[in-house]
Ligand binder design. Sequence first.
Ligand code: 5AD
Ligand code: SF4
Length: 477
Amino acid sequence: MSNMTNGSTDEVAKNDAAPATTILLTKKPGVAAPMSVVTGPPGTAVTASKTACIRTFGCQMNVHDSDRMRRMIRDAGYAEVQRYEDADLVVLNTCYVRENAVDRVRGHLGELNRLKKEGRVKKVALTGCIGAANESRELEKKYGIDLILGTHNTYELAEFVGLPGMEETFTPELPGTEGEHSAFVTIMTGCNYQCSYCVVPSVRGRMVCRPMENVVEEIRRLVGSGTRYVTLLGQTVDAWRDPAGSGERFCDLLERVADEAPRVWFTTSHPSNMEDRTLRLIGEKETIVGRLHLPVQSGSDRMLKVMHRGYKSERYRRKIEVFREAVPDGTLSTDIIVGHPGETETDHEETLKLVEDCSFDSAYVFKFSPRRGTEAAALSADPSGTVPEDVAQRRFMEVLRTVEQNAFRRNQGKVGSVEDIYVRHGRTGDGKAVGETWSGHAVHVPTEAQPGRYVTAKIESAGPHVLYAGDPAGRPR
Ligand code: 5AD
Ligand code: SF4
């Protein structure tokens, strides 16, 4: 069973939730590539003679970073291929949240090493969160990796592929994907928290916020080129402050963006930064999707302290009350870790109680996994505090079941309602498109409509994770 109960996003990477995405570039002699000519820097056309493949693991931040790297590689004259063996250059853009993420990447590196020995792949680059971690040195030696980049120096890929240095332009200022129906816009990078279990502060560094005007300009450009859905991204988006010193906070930015874009969402938020004004804004602004992802991690104040989360469960509950009141039909998701070192049965029961009280619409539930260099990893070296695997597994299932029961009940309440559904992915194998209501519910709907279009349909049934709509009325908009 997956550890995810819905398709929401998170603070960092969720490998189970986000399948590896392949972004491939260039044409190798003898390979029927989809593009033989790619656009280079403005005003030039480059005939592709080289091939590349970027594979992305993990979260939306990584997908976004891959997008940037794809542009550099395109500018350097590479074109798309579908398989490693057809690529001159392979870039693995990786995630480091849980141990199995590294294991998964090792499998890919082993295969690439073999292809290099056979002379099929020429260069391998490892980027992203694993690239930024100490472990990358061992991987570099073992698998003969040619280039290792962290999350802060991905611009160096430009030089590696033969473009002039891009240090100045390759910062969070660089725009996201333009001209597509939905775009991710990074408003801040890094994180100033020090949660006991988390590698993000060490691999992504401290918080850096993008200036308000810069974000708004990018969104105008995106909307002008056809983007219909903008997601503001960051590890703790609600900690955003205007670095230009205007004193503006996340709620001000969100309000501006909601006036510019036709559909807006944001992730991830931190309970200590979340302001009631932001929660009310979600309910007030028609363009903001009524979905809140607010990781709680534990329902026990003792564990929240051990984790250095900086809030008590009471604050979290109050925030949820404000959200439920401001956005009555909205959806609420969270992240929960079970089995953190020191977690007792009483702590676990408090988590179950909080899950019951908040009645989440979905949750990502994680079994604690020790990450090298974190405080919790050191704690887990002492067997007296560790939670045995069978206990962690039971707690995991108990939390998951409680979330699913509540989510199922809430979803049942949507049956019979008529919804405007935004199509996120076109028709899948079963002939249904995957869409999203304004309340943030995931819906399967039988339509040919392309991503970025709206259809109106009645909800006919519901499961714990998704709603099922009937045939839409009228034409897609
Ligand atoms: N073990 C288990 N879960 C973790 N997360 C982050 N680090 C760990 C870890 N070491 C979870 C947290 C976070 C989500 C993105 O991943 O719940 O919010
Ligand atoms: Fe990691 Fe905590 Fe920062 Fe989230 S808030 S990215 S869990 S350190």
